[in-house]
Write a protein that binds this ligand. Structure first.
Ligand code: ASP
Ligand code: MG
Length: 285
């Protein structure tokens, strides 16, 4: 079983979503796969802004953001599920009273709720069976809103019971990255860039053979290859080296993401959706 996560830029437009669906379909021909998806690029930031606009009663500003977000998603997929999700989100914000951190997490989870529908529908359109899955059905967290930590044993039980029936029918679950839910079902986000963490948690929970973190660069470099052409490329890293890079602030990895895979020695690859034949960076013991 392979867990693959696609980052926001990789699903940033209709064409890009089709590109990643084709990548996933290739792996699906020979493996059981579970897909984790980030929000389309820029969407989480816009949802944060939307929350602030409602909180400050700036409904004119809020309306502008809703229009922008709606158009981005409708252009990527003209499907009724998008209208339904926008309807839910607007109703929730309209009824929101205190604008707590729990409300904030709920609102910003919509980027991934939307993108999981986009990618799943695209997979079905190209002949791979798929359904979108809300991570609150699989990932159990503590109640540290905004920066939740996962409760692994509970997650294992929940993830196996919700996902194995799909996998045994050859259906690709496209799971929302970035959040889980408390045992009472309240949505909790995992910190910015948290979809990597979602992927490695599910790899641990489902005893996957491998995790592929699909990004927009060939793998992990010692710096930003777009700014400094002399940076070093790492074809292999240990978990500890990857962790050290993440903790030193390398934006390429979420700081918690190595923990669940290291615990079970699961291989992680960082690969480029725009250059999928490049071997990428392998992270292992
Ligand atoms: N969409 C979330 C963020 O922008 C999570 C992620 O991209 O991994 O932080
Ligand atoms: Mg993002």
């Amino acid at each position: 079983m392979i867990i693959m996560k696609f980052g926001g830029t990789s699903v940033g437009s209709k064409e890009r979503i089709l590109n990643v669906a084709n990548i996933a379909k290739k792996y699906y021909a020979e493996n059981k796969i579970v897909v984790i998806v980030s929000a389309m690029s820029g969407v989480t930031d816009k949802l944060i802004e939307l929350f602030q606009k409602f909180k400050s009663h700036d409904y004119f500003g809020a309306n502008q953001i809703i229009k922008t977000l709606y158009n981005i998603h409708k252009l990527a997929l003209d499907d009724i599920s998008i209208d339904r999700l926008f309807g839910e989100l607007i109703l929730y914000l309209t009824l929101c009273k205190n604008f707590t951190l729990a409300n904030y997490d709920y609102v910003i989870s919509y980027g991934e709720k939307l993108s999981s529908h986009l990618l799943s529908a695209t997979l079905n359109n190209i002949g791979a069976k798929s359904i979108p899955v809300d991570a609150s059905l699989a990932i159990v967290t503590d109640s540290c809103f905004g920066n939740g930590r996962v409760i692994l044993d509970r997650t294992s039980v929940k993830a196996i019971s919700s996902l194995s029936p799909l996998l045994s029918q050859n259906i690709i679950p496209v799971i929302t990255g970035f959040f889980g839910a408390t045992k009472d079902g309240q949505i909790v986000t995992l910190g910015r860039g948290g979809s990597d963490y979602s992927a490695t948690i599910l790899a641990n929970a489902l005893d996957a053979n491998e995790v592929i973190l699909w990004k927009e660069v060939d793998g992990i470099f010692s710096g930003d290859p777009n700014k400094d052409p002399s940076v070093k490329f790492y074809s292999k890293l240990s978990y500890d080296e990857a962790l050290a890079l993440a903790q030193a602030g390398a934006k390429i990895l979420h700081p918690e993401a190595m923990i669940p895979v290291q615990a079970k020695n699961i291989i992680v690859r960082v690969k480029n959706t725009f250059n999928p034949d490049h071997p990428g960076t392998q992270i292992w013991k």
